[in-house]
Design a protein around this ligand. Structure first.
Ligand SMILES: NC(=O)c1ccc[n+]([C@@H]2O[C@H](COP(=O)([O-])OP(=O)(O)OC[C@H]3O[C@@H](n4cnc5c(N)ncnc54)[C@H](O)[C@@H]3O)[C@@H](O)[C@H]2O)c1
Length: 267
């Protein structure tokens, strides 16, 4: 991915915008003359973070479907357009017990997966009205490799990656790219409960800035449907999906998926 150069006057929305990645990304985009709207849960702290960054703040709980629509409508009404949406809000579950905690699981999936789906659905009409744009989803390495201590997180992030990959072909036809960013552990508040473990083990964690670089680059030069791994010492690299074996016909030839099951761009 190349250095981002969004068109001056572009408008971007970041959910979970006052958290670690959101702040780092907002600073980068502001420096490129992008109008950056930060959406996050309502708190004095979050409003102050946005004010300090010089960004408009909107209250959003991403699990509230209609609130996602209202936020997009507000951004369009106040800033005239929407060019990029960073669906970045997220929480971790970190099961502390050996037993499976169903409530924890559902809470994480609600925020980290359905928050992404509602956000994308709300943003699509506005991106189309802008003539196209980008949706960048903050997934996680946990969506590509199982996270045994947090199954809800793995399911949500794996679902987010599957959502990105399955939506990409139809959105490409609308000039909208959708990509996933899959960082390893990074130095933000979300790892506070386990931060000590990394320090004790001398395990390298990413800076928020490294992840924000990948998010910004995905907006401008992300490949539709790609999942970019971000790891310390590696940078951002697209994950290579291995694919699945194709069905064989009776004659032993590779079966072709029926046209009706392929999006128009793949017929
Ligand atoms: N830091 C890491 O190690 C790491 C690694 C991989 C992926 N991620 C993902 O990156 C994203 C950003 O996390 P971060 O590392 O900046 O952590 P963070 O805790 O600093 O930021 C998360 C933000 O999401 C917001 N949020 C939580 N629930 C919300 C809801 N229901 N509605 C709206 N906003 C909500 C929080 O208020 C916070 O501002 C998350 O999706 C996280 O899962 C983080």
């Amino acid at each position: 991915m190349t250095t981002p150069t969004p068109a001056p006057g572009s408008v971007a929305l970041i959910t979970g915008g006052t958290g670690g990645f959101g702040r780092a990304l907002a600073m980068k985009l502001r420096a490129l003359d992008v109008t950056v709207v930060l959406a996050d849960l309502d708190s004095e702290r979050n409003r102050q973070v946005a004010a300090d960054l010089g960004c408009p703040f909107v209250v959003l709980d991403v699990t509230d479907r209609s609130a996602n629509e209202a936020v997009v409508a507000q951004v369009e009404a106040e800033h005239g357009r929407l060019d990029a949406v960073f669906l970045n809000a997220g929480i971790a579950g970190f099961d502390s017990e050996d037993l499976f905690d169903l409530e924890n699981f559902l809470r994480v999936v609600d925020v980290d997966l359905f928050g992404v789906v509602y956000g994308a659905a709300a943003a699509l009409p506005a991106l189309k009205r802008s003539g196209g744009g980008a949706i960048v989803v903050t997934a996680s390495l946990a969506g590509l490799a199982p996270m045994a201590t947090d199954p809800g997180y793995s399911v949500a992030k794996g679902g987010a990656v599957a959502f990105v990959r399955s939506m990409a072909p139809r959105l490409t036809a609308e000039n909208i790219t959708i990509t996933a960013i899959c960082p390893g552990f990074a130095d933000t508040a979300i790892i506070d409960p386990i931060r000590e473990e990394f320090e004790k083990a001398g395990f390298p964690v990413l800076t928020a800035d490294e992840v924000a670089d990948a998010m910004a680059a995905a907006w401008v030069s992300g490949e539709p449907g790609a999942a970019y791994i971000v790891q310390p010492g590696i940078g951002a690299v697209p994950y290579t999906f291995k694919g699945v074996p194709s069905a064989k016909t009776e004659a032993g030839e590779t079966a072709v998926v029926p046209e009706a099951l392929r999006p128009p761009s793949m017929r």
